[in-house]
Design a protein around this ligand. Structure first.
Ligand code: FES
Length: 969
């Protein structure tokens, strides 16, 4: 036994265990090394709480305790909660309510719940929120988590419970007749979770499986804490990769001496820019050909932001790899850093990409990556004759995704000498194509496997670790595992583009005649997604009110800050924030009712989207018009639920105290996939028992997309969801899908699934017709796992499957279908926010957020509500408290979850969701998207509410107490 090791004895899940641990090992490390994969690593410093275990019955953050100190104690992990195959009531409740999305926080949530309910069987909602307040969930907004705890408590008390509720109501033709279920008025001011409310037009066709709150297909493994994420496996001979990052925001690497690190026993590779071919690439996971610029190499001789890549090491243990990093001597030549995008564009600013081999930069000397111009109509002429002209400048922060599963990747050679990349990615097919030239292997020798993903929100639509991890496997011949630390997530992954948004709007007789948008997008040190994020922002920001005269001018600018990338909301939320606040300001200035003014101007059904052709994503787009919109009904529902006008009236007569109430609203639109570009395919294969494998390249980041894709197939085949075995995704076994981004999965991947199901249906009918000796297969109907003939005879799907596989006209009933759309139908929505502002401190307390959304037909109201609730929570962070803050030299001063402020369960306002269904003709069963529109409206609604409370417009986000206080002065 090595003398730096210790043996401890403790009880884990009621079994006595002896563990060999290092003195500095955390309990988290020791438990994961021992195979308790449910114990998740999120930050290593006690900020996130997802590593929570029960320690002698109490919740404990296992990253904060040394393993040696657990000697003699009793630990419970999530693996110890269920009894064989039977779920514990708490696990059952989380499953039934949709109390999780990606599931990465779920072990911590469930164990925290167990401790709470053990000591308090009937907790109040405040007690529940207080108890959960130690565990961050980035996906759910905590709504269904709180509901899950309430349900679990009731189950454990032996109360009989109804199935999970979704409220459904017919949408009246005249919105003046709209009355909502009583709870939605929130007259008691509570924040108790409400079921989602689905409002349906009277003539909308009924469905069997689509539209139902089906339990997520991956629920069982996630609530049990099974080893389903990238880093949950350990391979024989696996090495640990670690990344040396730059401490400086801008410097040249003059020399690197890695000799000492290389000599360290147990270190198998140290790679620097001298060891890896210099091949330029763009890291954004986008369709071929990638939008420019090609401004990165795997390891460079220049660093352009704190956290930039310098060297990688592979060693026997993580500790050894980190020790080796400390032994690498790097000599830097310091260069001046620029962190302000407007300064970066000035003459004489430091050139961030001054090397000759970078491709696709518009003006490298002024750090302008892209300059974009687009115009429809005649903007100058419209301004020349305008009755009123209004201008406003708005600024948005750099927000971090903070998905709880860090970027993680494992690479290894398989038995056929093909490189396997097991990675937490939203874009497995793009990663395979993009990594190939960097590592010198053809695509056919690379297999990318995407396991479950612990959240991504766009940050995993990027090649972050895969190339480096692969280089280490190439160098060592061994499996290598790499995982980012939380600090690296802040400094070395991606973030939301901060924007400076300048609108100028012409209004004639209450109509918006022209809009001019100048946008500065700060892309950070690299240009990934810089072009497309700003184009999407400009398009949505000018199409929500869709004036016939519109102009977009944009500069995408480098700064010495960590690169920005894809982030849910994708430019759209920034620009819609700007236009919505300016429209509010205009209505106030003109003395108009703001809701009426918006309603007179927002885009209507049948209108062409004027900029659609000029402003595709990074390329020319396609002519499009708005086919469906429930926006008017969404606004009506929100006005009714919040009693908006009465509250606005009451807020005008507030007393003299320091607390002021306010209510605000906004409207928004998004898209459903990228028109004419996003393609997805799906394969369905019938099994002997009439069940089906559904193989999709689509990537479920926790959104529930695997479930809703199964529901689409199940609806078409008249089977329950349990008859579908969903597998996603593996570039060797699943068909191509562009990946999980651009709000495309329900609409595009769902379209592919529906087409594949229709093909299968035809094959089943043909085979059944032969079996029943019927001439017209099309006369057969699929119904309740059967094929039914007009004369009443029927065959089960199992009988058809057995016959086709073993008896008559033997063949595999199987189909693959692809789908692409030349339109991207916008979901539409209204957002309401209610706040209390303390005018003495600037503190804004958000009391309620309500969103009414038209996402077409809702495929699964629980997973869709989860998207909206979680999206509103993330957007609330963007609007209210989240911001990556840099000093003048480009150092991030808040690179920890504890310093970077994320809403916790006990701080959340009431969050409510109303769906207004429409029937989008191009979507599967009428569906549009829902994943991103929920990001777009919170910021302007919040600003509007703060203005209602205080009379002050705040044009820079987030609304921190200091910023609000200053504005009030
Ligand atoms: Fe909570 Fe994803 S479900 S972090």
């Amino acid at each position: 036994m090595r003398n730096d090791l210790a043996t401890i004895t403790l009880t884990i899940n009621n079994e006595e265990k002896r563990l060999i641990v290092r003195p500095k090992h955390s309990l988290l490390d020791a438990l994961r090394d021992e195979g308790y994969a449910s114990v998740k690593r999120g930050c290593d410093v006690g900020d996130c709480g997802i590593c929570t275990v029960l320690f002698d019955g109490y919740p404990l953050r296992s990253c904060l305790m040394r393993a040696v100190d657990a000697e003699g104690h009793a630990i419970v992990t999530l693996e110890g909660l269920s009894d064989g195959h039977r779920l514990h009531s708490i696990q059952q409740a989380f499953t039934e309510t949709g109390g999780f999305q990606c599931g990465f926080c779920t072990p911590g949530m469930i164990l925290t719940t167990k401790a709470l309910l053990d000591r308090s069987p009937d907790p109040s909602e405040d007690e529940i929120r207080e108890a959960l307040g130690g565990v961050i969930c980035r996906c759910t907004g905590y709504v269904r988590v709180v509901e899950a705890v309430q349900r679990a408590a009731a189950m454990l008390r032996g109360e009989s419970l109804e199935p999970t509720v979704v409220l459904e109501q017919i949408l009246p033709e005249d919105t003046a007749d709209l009355k909502l279920p009583e709870g939605f008025y929130r007259r008691d001011g509570s924040r108790t979770p409400l079921p989602p409310l689905v409002l349906t037009p009277v003539n909308m066709e009924r469905t069997q499986v689509v539209g139902k709150p089906e339990v997520k297909v991956d629920a069982g493994k996630l609530v049990r804490g099974r080893p389903v994420y990238t880093d949950d496996v350990r391979l024989d001979g696996m090495l640990y990769g670690e990344l040396l990052t730059s401490p400086h925001a801008h410097a040249r690497v003059v020399s690197i001496d890695a000799s000492q690190a290389r000599e360290l026993t147990g270190v198998h590779a140290v790679l620097t820019h001298e060891d890896i071919p210099r091949i330029k690439y763009a890291s954004g996971g986008q369709s071929y050909p990638q939008p420019p610029p090609f401004d990165q190499v795997c390891l460079d001789n220049k660093v352009r932001h704190e956290g930039d890549r310098v060297a990688v090491v592979a060693a026997e243990t993580r500790e050894l790899a980190r020790k080796a990093l400390r032994m690498i001597q790097v000599e830097y030549e310091m260069l001046p850093a620029v962190v302000d995008p407007e300064e970066a564009m000035q003459d004489g600013a430091p050139g961030i990409h001054d090397e000759p081999d970078t491709d696709g930069i518009y003006d490298a000397e002024h750090n302008i990556v892209h300059h974009i111009e687009a115009e429809v109509g005649d903007v100058e002429a419209a301004f020349a004759t305008a009755e009123h002209i209004f201008e406003g400048e708005y600024r948005t922060p750099k927000q971090q995704h903070a998905h709880l599963e860090p970027h993680a990747c494992i690479t290894y050679w398989d038995e056929d000498d093909r490189l396997v990349i097991r990675t937490s990615t939203q874009v497995p097919f793009h990663v395979r194509r993009m990594v190939a030239p960097l590592i010198g292997l053809p695509v056919k020798r690379i297999r990318v496997i995407k396991p479950r993903i612990g959240g991504g929100f766009g940050n995993k639509q990027e090649m972050i670790l895969e190339d480096l991890c692969a280089h280490l496997t190439l160098a060592t011949g061994r499996p290598v595992c790499m995982e980012y630390t939380r600090k690296q997530e802040f400094t070395s992954s991606r973030s939301r583009h901060p924007q400076i948004i300048r609108y100028k709007i012409a209004v004639n007789d209450g109509k918006i005649e022209a809009a001019d948008l100048y946008l500065i997008g700060d892309t950070g040190a690299y240009g990934t997604h810089g072009l497309t994020v700003q184009m999407v922002g400009g398009f949505k920001g000018l199409t929500l009110y869709n004036p016939p005269n519109a102009r977009f001018i944009c500069d995408v600018v480098y700064t010495n800050t960590p690169p920005c990338g894809a982030f849910r909301g994708y430019g759209s939320m920034q620009c819609q924030y700007g236009i919505e606040v300016l429209v509010e300001e205009i209505a106030e200035h003109l003395g108009l009712d703001v809701v009426t003014f918006k309603g007179d101007n927002w885009i209507k059904v049948g209108e062409p989207m004027y900029l659609a052709k000029q402003m595709g994503e990074g390329r020319e787009g396609y002519e499009q018009a708005l086919e469906t919109s429930g926006l008017e009904q969404c606004v009506a529902a929100g006005l009714e639920a919040t009693d908006y006008y009465a509250k606005r009236q009451a807020n005008r007569q507030q007393g003299d105290g320091s607390l002021r109430r306010g209510i605000g609203m906004s409207v928004m639109m998004h898209g459903s996939g990228i028109a004419g570009l996003d393609m997805a395919a799906a394969t369905l294969k019938m099994n002997d028992d009439g069940s089906f494998n559904l193989l999709v390249g689509a990537t479920d980041l926790g959104t529930g997309s695997d479930t809703i894709l199964a529901q689409i197939a199940a609806e078409e085949l008249s089977i329950p969801v349990e008859d579908l075995i969903v597998y996603s995704s593996d570039t060797d076994f699943t068909p191509f899908d562009k990946g999980g981004y651009a709000s495309s999965t329900t609409y595009i991947s769902g379209g592919a699934v529906r087409k594949a199901a229709l093909k299968i249906k035809d094959q089943i009918r043909k085979h059944a017709a032969m079996m029943l000796e019927i001439d017209e297969p099309e006369s057969l109907v699929l119904q309740d796992r059967k094929v039914v003939a007009l004369d009443g005879r029927s065959l089960t799907l199992a009988e058809v499957a057995l016959s086709s596989l073993h008896q008559q006209n033997q063949h595999q009933i199987m189909a693959t279908a692809s789908h692409l759309s030349y339109v991207s139908p916008p979901p539409m929505a209204s957002q309401f926010a209610e706040v209390v502002v303390d005018i003495e401190t600037g503190q804004v307390t958000v009391e309620r957020l309500l969103m009414a959304v038209d996402c077409g037909r809702v495929i699964n109201p629980i997973t869709a509500a989860g998207q909206v609730e979680g999206g509103m929570a993330q957007a609330l962070g963007f609007a209210h408290c989240e911001e990556m803050v840099f000093d003048s030299e480009g150092h991030l001063i808040n690179p920890r979850l504890g310093q970077y402020r994320i809403y916790m369960a006990n701080e959340m306002p009431a969050i409510d969701v109303i769906f207004v269904q429409t029937d989008e003709p191009t979507g599967p069963f009428g569906a549009k998207s829902v994943a991103e529109i929920c990001m777009d409206g919170v910021a302007p609604a919040l600003v509007s509410a703060v203005h209602d409370a205080t009379g002050v417009w705040i044009r820079e986000l987030p609304l921190t107490p200091e910023r609000v206080w200053r504005a009030l002065q």
